[in-house]
Write a protein that binds this ligand. Structure first.
Ligand code: 7TS
Length: 425
């Protein structure tokens, strides 16, 4: 057994001792879409980095909301609207507990990670940064944590600096230490890379940025479905997440921000619900977090997200992390047996993502043939083109795992790769 799988088994045992490991076959059965066939084969869904499938608990929460609870929030005096408001605000509390924020005033509902980062760029950065100030990002960021800062660079004259990664796909804390200075105003980093699976030491990185007075934004899009996230422990200033990657609906996500920062930040969008009073001369803004939630929010989305969080909590994030670590070790060992296959991204701390290339085969051709076998993987640059440039590849094939994947899925993945290889070479 490899060191990776030994560690994974050890972690699994620790978790077994600290609570009963759930039945992951039963968890899989809660996802109706996985009963479906694709191209005549039972679906093997390994594109969880892009979006996850939805369990019955989430589907039913949405169904019940629209059948029985639908009304606008924060404005009706009738019972239905009050109940919708209670559900919506209850979801905020569920998110608060999930990431261990201090207050519900720190939980802003947005469309997703992309909008959360853009909110920080538009509101906080524009009022706290000026020409010559620096934002540091890593080389493994998703485009949504690069482009907003480039837009700001072009508009404000700030500087965008890049913390390089090594050949395993890891950042080096010492490099960060020597990069930060009193010019650094923001460190914007991913918690887990979507293209490589690398898990960054965000707590240590935050401490380094704070030592020069910079703020820290963590992109948690890939992390929240797979590990315990504690914003108080990380001590980051901003944390962004997307509901759809953590078994919740699309179109809903969260920006967590420390209350004092949100209090001082100007609104991001103007409209209904974000105001306290309006005259043509002057508008007084609403209290937190509503100041940042203009217009009718995605009420059903927030309720569905809370159902997804309860689903994750019912399994236990520690159990999920241990289960997926074991599956990653199994899959890594299997893939490495395939001749000509190279895994891109071999960080020591890594989530359930396997990005790979195969000698002489274009990733898109491979993924298209795999679809014929009912195996859904992503091929491309994964909206992380600088990662592809770092490894000098145009694209990779990516298998990204979730709670419902199992060894059978990995075996099907491997068989499909082998068969596609035969046809393509
Ligand atoms: N940050 C990371 C690390 C991501 O992986 C993604 C989406 C985003 C931000 C953007 O999230 P959104 O919900 O606002 O779209 N990543 C992927 C992916 O890997 N394949 O499709 C989308």
């Amino acid at each position: 057994m490899s060191q990776v799988s030994l560690n994974a088994s050890q972690e699994m045992n620790d978790n077994l001792e600290s609570g009963t490991m759930p039945d992951f076959a039963e968890i899989r059965a809660q996802f109706p879409i996985l009963q479906q066939s694709e191209n005549g084969h039972p679906l093997v869904y390994l594109d969880n980095g892009a979006t996850s499938q939805k369990p019955l608990a989430v589907i039913e929460a949405l169904d019940t909301y629209y059948r029985q609870q639908n009304a606008n929030v924060h404005r009706g005096v009738y019972g239905l609207s009050e109940r919708a408001t209670e559900l919506y605000e209850g979801s905020r509390e569920t998110v608060r507990q999930f990431i261990n924020a201090k207050s519900i005033r720190e939980i802003v509902f947005v469309r997703g990670t992309t909008e959360a980062i853009n909110l920080v760029a538009h509101s906080w950065a524009r009022s706290n940064m000026q020409a010559g100030d620096e934002v540091i990002v890593t080389e493994m960021e998703h485009h949504s944590n690069i482009v907003p800062w480039q837009l700001l660079r072009d508009q404000l004259g700030i500087r965008l600096r890049v913390l390089k990664i090594n050949l395993a796909g890891e950042i080096c804390l010492n490099d960060l230490k020597s990069m930060v200075s009193d010019k650094t105003k923001l460190l914007a980093i991913t918690h887990m890379s979507n293209a490589l699976g690398s898990i960054n030491p965000v707590k240590e990185m935050t401490a380094i940025a704070h030592s020069v007075g910079a703020k820290v934004l963590v992109d948690g899009a890939q992390a929240t479905p797979h590990m315990t996230v504690d914003v108080e422990d990380i001590d980051c200033d901003f944390y962004a997440l997307s509901g759809h990657k953590m078994y919740g609906p699309t179109g809903i996500g969260v920006l967590y921000a420390k209350e004092a920062l949100l209090e001082a930040m100007p609104p991001y969008q103007g409209g209904g619900d974000m105001i306290y009073s309006v005259t043509f001369e002057k508008t007084e803004y609403n209290v937190l977090p509503y100041k940042f939630e203009a217009g009718t929010p995605h009420i059903a989305g927030a309720i569905g997200l809370a159902a997804a969080i309860k689903f994750l909590q019912s399994i236990g994030l520690k159990h999920i992390a241990a289960y997926e670590a074991e599956l990653l070790a199994y899959a890594t060992a299997k893939l490495l047996q395939i001749e000509g296959l190279t895994i891109i991204g071999q960080a020591e701390h890594k989530g359930g993502v396997l990005s790979f290339i195969i000698d002489g085969i274009h990733p898109h051709d491979m993924a298209t043939l795999m679809d014929q076998d009912g195996v859904a993987v992503r091929a491309g640059h994964h909206c992380a083109m600088p990662v592809m440039q770092h490894f000098n590849v145009p694209a990779t094939i990516r298998a990204s795992m979730g709670v419902y994947n199992n060894r059978d899925d990995i075996d099907r993945l491997v068989t499909s790769i082998e068969e596609a290889k035969e046809m393509l070479i």
